[in-house]
Design a protein around this ligand. Structure first.
Ligand code: PR8
Length: 485
């Protein structure tokens, strides 16, 4: 099975994303100007120009969806306090070991220690208490893109597990449980829409009870596949029920004059993890392969100059660039770099389309068009260049998505015994099986196979066909099991 993935290798000597994922990923981050992880504080890194650009594009795409579905953008403070963080018992339990605390300022101890937000429930909800009075104030839908800070105890990994986390967090408040349930579905659709535009493939899973967000009633998560078989949780949607509204004393007057605590949701979209998924799902041994929607540059034109014709070829290239103004286009006319080196450089950066133009193309009024995803070339007449580029960019977006979903399906293996789970995990894939729902069975599997029970499909009903593969008792659900970041 792994052969299917290895089959995608393009060169024998290059680092391979399936075989040497970590080295491939780390090297590419720096070489493709995504991120420099050498900042001397663990878990904190520098986003270089391409990484920052892609993050901004993804953020714009998500914020557009949030805006259009009625979420208001606000900006809340960076800090909370021990008292606020401690209000919800499970929440403090989940985060107390991970928070950064500011204990002094100006050389003097602070009277009230400040806690740098690990997430903003305890910062927003005291304000929601002030703002919400009656059913007319509901629903309240708020979001912000920001950085949150968690002193992660698991090994940090660039983009995938960081301590300074760029994300979007949305928080909503509803009058009824049914409306809150509806909002869970809407939030899932918003995230799905953005991830689909990026061509990413993922499983939408309802996490088992023992793995829900601290303080939530239940949690839904998007697990994107990664070439090393460890899933990458790119986003989550949590139904908080009344857990927080009770302790933060958020109340509203119902239509019939009663006072009630509202229902709440919070959901988060991890920008750095989405960036990691874009790189690792679409990239290949030559470097990044970017979906056009996030590519800083769509088309690079490389003149193949011959002695005596330098000027005419360059001029021709600029003429072609002129016709491609609606795209992000660049003529790479550096003189001290060979065309081969330019190809290598722009392929590494994942530019979706390259146009090669030499004396022959000039003579025939054509360009040779190379597409980064399939590495195929075609010859295009200059008069048709704009349309051809447009068609190829659309096709790249679609075929990247198709390829990602194909690999996602290939990675999941249905199995019926503990031994098979071990085998599937050691082959860097995702196991799917029937489970009784008990924590003991999940723990036994974790100890045996080294992965985690990620939950059951939220978006599709899957009914068990046999007993629990661990204890042999009646199975309650069909679950997915994988190693995870
Ligand atoms: C919440 N509260 O906090 P969540 N490195 C990279 N990405 C991360 C990391 C990390 N260390 N930790 C989390 N993420 C809720 C919802 C407000 C918003 C990303 O939820 O703890 C992951 O993609 O599940 C994760 O799914 C998302 O943030 C939300 O974090």
């Amino acid at each position: 099975m792994i052969g299917i993935f290895y089959g995608l290798m393009s060169t024998a000597t290059a680092l391979n994303k399936y075989r040497n994922f970590s080295e491939w990923f780390d090297k590419l981050l720096l070489e493709a100007r995504i991120l420099d992880d050498r900042f001397p504080v663990k878990g904190f890194s520098v986003y270089l120009e391409n990484g920052a650009y892609i993050l901004r594009r993804v953020r714009e795409m998500l914020e557009k969806e949030l805006r259009e579905t009625g979420h208001k953008e606000m900006i809340f403070p960076l800090v909370t306090t021990e008292e606020l963080l401690g209000k919800e018992a499970q929440h403090i339990k989940g985060f107390s070991t991970e928070v950064f605390v500011i204990e002094s300022a100006g050389g003097k101890p602070l009277d009230v220690k400040l806690i740098v937000r690990p997430t903003s429930e305890t910062i927003m909800y005291p304000m929601f208490k002030l703002w919400i009075r009656s059913h007319a104030d509901l629903p309240l839908l708020v979001h912000q893109s920001n950085m949150v800070y968690r002193h992660e105890t698991k090994a940090t990994r660039p983009l995938l597990r960081v301590r300074e986390i760029p994300w979007n967090e949305a928080h909503t408040v509803h009058a009824t449980a049914a409306e809150a349930e509806q909002q869970v579905k809407k939030a899932v659709e918003i995230y799905r829409k953005v991830l689909d535009q990026l061509g990413l493939a993922y499983l939408v899973l309802k996490r088992p009870d023992f793995d829900k967000f601290p303080g939530a009633r239940y949690s839904i998560a998007f697990d994107a596949w990664n070439p090393d078989g460890r899933v990458n949780q790119v986003a989550t949607v949590h139904n908080l029920g009344k857990n927080f509204s009770k302790v933060f004393e958020i109340e509203f007057e119902t239509r019939d004059g009663k006072r009630e605590n509202p229902h709440q949701l919070c959901y988060g979209f991890g920008y750095s993890r989405v960036l990691a998924a874009l790189i690792s799902q679409h990239g290949d041994d030559r470097g990044l392969v970017l979906p056009p929607v996030v590519a800083p540059l769509h088309v690079v034109i490389v003149p193949i100059v011959f002695k005596g014709q330098e000027e005419s070829i360059k001029q021709f290239c600029y003429g072609v660039a002129e016709r491609l103004q609606k795209f992000a286009v660049k003529v790479d006319d550096r003189e001290d770099v060979t065309p081969g080196e330019k190809f290598y450089y722009w392929e590494k950066l994942g530019v979706p389309v390259r146009l090669e133009i030499g004396p022959r193309e000039v003579a025939e009024n054509r360009a040779t068009l190379f597409r980064r995803d399939t590495l195929e070339k075609q010859v295009v007449a200059v008069e048709e260049i704009e349309k051809a580029v447009e068609t190829v960019l659309t096709s790249i977006g679609q075929s990247l998505a198709e390829r990602s979903w194909r690999i996602m399906r290939q990675m999941v293996v249905e199995i019926s015994s503990i031994d098979e789970v071990k085998k599937v995990i050691s082959e860097r894939r995702i196991a799917k099986f029937d489970w009784c729902g008990s924590v003991e069975c999940a723990e036994q599997l974790k100890a045996a196979a080294g992965g985690e029970l990620r939950g059951s499909r939220f978006d599709e009903l899957e009914v068990p066909s046999g007993p629990c593969i661990v204890c042999g008792k009646n199975a309650a659900e069909v679950v997915y099991f994988a190693r995870a970041y």
